[in-house]
Design a protein around this ligand. Structure first.
Ligand code: AMP
Ligand code: MG
Length: 354
């Protein structure tokens, strides 16, 4: 029924709905204050009982996550929202009824029952209902909300397969439910909806266009800059997330110019004796000759780029590449989330060609 790696139980949950014993065992571990990683439609989450401060503390320890970077709380049904959040504006209810279960996280005023450790001391709480059948089945079996950040070591690309979780956290957590590859591939959209005006804190699986259309209100982008004295509206903004271990250079250029620029960079790196790994669209890879290439998908299909992004970054980290050169994409639709993660992975190494 399961295997064990470095003390961490690995359950096959691809047929989880037909395996109530697996879910009961995972729920028992959670009730005992343990940590269980589980698949969601975005990325794998590392779950603990959201109402048990000691259990939640273990998440921060296992991930090496700074304690002021709060966690998203996952629910099985809309009715649970009232238990954790108060002052829920009609816009929040409208968004939740439309996009849940799904990749949209809402930031709302928190109730006292939510431990401070979950929210990093903030007076707000981030909540969503995930759309993956295994996540929902686990939430129902456990019967209480689960605090669950992405199930990776802090600073590493988020995990989109059980193997990614095992690579980062085996021996540090109690169990992993293996539900296969995550379909969306990038994290949820985070929206501060207190007061009814949508403020986009992190682009993700639901696009600002979709939010604006539903609410008939502009979804404002977050304009916080790292060099200001103001605290960020979402603590996660100040941390370099999603970074591969190998330095990544992101090239933003038109499809006509990018081939020549990438070839030029390859030449520069070669003269420095560096092995280069490439992160490219299928279209560009077809025109380009290199030893180490990860293809994300078609540059006209942002959903495909998103699904493959983190797995490709992790494979490049394990390859011989000493530097990664990545192609940039359109920021339309889901492309906004893909480009947000690529820019974070690149840090200051972004090359813009007019
Ligand atoms: P992760 O689940 O690992 O993607 O991390 C959760 C993200 O949600 C982090 O970037 C947090 O900063 C953000 N977050 C969680 N709770 C809040 C909150 N109450 N207000 C703003 N951002 C939050
Ligand atoms: Mg994360």
């Amino acid at each position: 029924m399961h295997k064990k790696i470095a003390g961490t139980l690995i359950f096959d949950a691809k047929e989880a709905l037909a395996a109530p014993l697996v879910l009961a065992e995972a729920a028992r571990i959670l009730a005992d204050g343990g940590l269980v990683a589980f698949p969601t439609e975005t990325v794998y989450g590392l779950g603990a009982n959201a109402l048990d401060a000691q259990a939640v503390q273990k998440i921060y320890l296992a991930k090496g996550r700074p304690s002021d970077n709060p966690l998203i709380v996952h629910l099985a049904e809309f009715a649970q929202l009232q238990e954790l959040a108060c002052e829920i504006p009609p816009e929040a209810e409208k968004l939740a009824r439309h996009f849940w279960p799904g990749p949209l996280t809402l930031v709302l005023k928190k109730r006292l029952v939510v431990p401070d450790i979950v929210t990093g001391g903030l007076d707000s709480v981030a909540v969503r209902i995930p759309a993956h059948p295994v996540a929902l089945a686990l939430l129902r079996a456990f019967g209480r909300p689960l605090a669950a950040p992405s199930a990776n070591l802090a600073g590493r690309p988020s995990p989109t397969s059980a193997q990614h979780v095992i690579d980062d956290l085996a021996g540090k957590i109690d169990a992993v439910l293996d539900g296969g590859i995550c379909a969306v591939g990038v994290e949820s959209t985070i929206l501060d909806i207190r007061g009814g005006c949508p403020l986009l804190l992190r682009p993700g699986g639901v696009t600002p266009e979709q939010i604006s259309i539903l609410l008939e209100k502009e979804c404002l982008p977050c304009t916080w800059q790292e060099d200001t004295a103001m605290p960020p509206p979402s603590p996660g903004l100040k941390y370099t997330h999603y970074a591969p271990q190998v330095p990544l250079c992101l090239v933003l250029a038109s499809p006509e110019k990018i081939l020549a620029e990438i070839a030029r960079l390859q030449d520069v790196c070669r003269r420095q004796g560096k092995h280069v790994g490439f992160l490219l669209s299928r279209e560009l890879a077809a025109e380009f000759d290199a030893e180490t290439v990860e293809i994300l998908g078609s540059r006209t299909n942002a959903a495909e780029l998103a699904t493959n992004l983190y797995g490709a970054l992790r494979r490049l980290d394990k390859s011989a590449a000493e530097v990664i050169i990545a192609e940039g994409y359109s920021e339309a639709g889901l492309g906004l989330a893909v480009m947000n993660r690529l820019k974070k992975a690149a840090g200051s190494r972004v090359l813009v060609l007019e």
